[in-house]
Design a protein around this ligand. Structure first.
Ligand SMILES: [Zn+2]
Length: 156
């Protein structure tokens, strides 16, 4: 996706992106398999944007980022109108903010490229530390587990 991204967008990244904050980096899984999921808040010229990246095939950790299947999303207007449908068609994103129609005016050839916010976070990916997601048992879970334990360890 980066290699399909016009140089002008990469230049705009350097010119306009003011801050990048890592919000969360966890090991996750979905219909495409297990992945490393990371979200960022990226501030450029207007409001902070939420950027999400999922990297699949953990067995390829150690390969470069560009050799791993990825899913990306940004909630900016550029991504919505230019990138979202083109990437979703290649299973590299999903239709979330756009209407899902082909971008006839803005990206008629449906070129699979990314917005400046996504370009900005890529250097952060290599050093990100991914945690196991925190599981919070409900009171019901705890009661259930304790009851199960009592069944196997009677007395005490
Ligand atoms: Zn964006």
């Amino acid at each position: 996706m980066l290699k399909y991204t016009p140089a002008k967008i990469k230049k705009r990244t350097i010119k306009t992106v003011r801050s990048i904050r890592t919000v969360r980096a966890t090991l996750d899984s979905d219909e495409f398999g297990t992945c490393q999921k990371i979200t960022f808040k990226v501030l450029a010229t207007t409001i902070p944007r939420k950027v999400t990246i999922k990297l699949y095939k953990p067995e390829l950790i150690g390969k470069t980022l560009y050799q791993r299947p990825a899913w990306v999303h940004c909630d900016c207007e550029w991504f919505k109108f230019f990138c979202e449908v083109a990437l979703a068609k290649r299973n590299s994103s999903a239709v979330i903010n756009s209407n899902g129609k082909p971008p006839k005016e803005t990206n008629p050839r449906e070129w699979p490229y990314i917005c400046k916010h996504l370009v900005a976070v890529l250097p952060k990916l290599q050093r990100a530390k991914f945690k196991m997601p925190r599981i919070r048992p409900t009171q019901d879970d705890i009661d259930f587990i304790l009851k199960e334990v009592d069944r196997y360890i009677p007395g005490v």
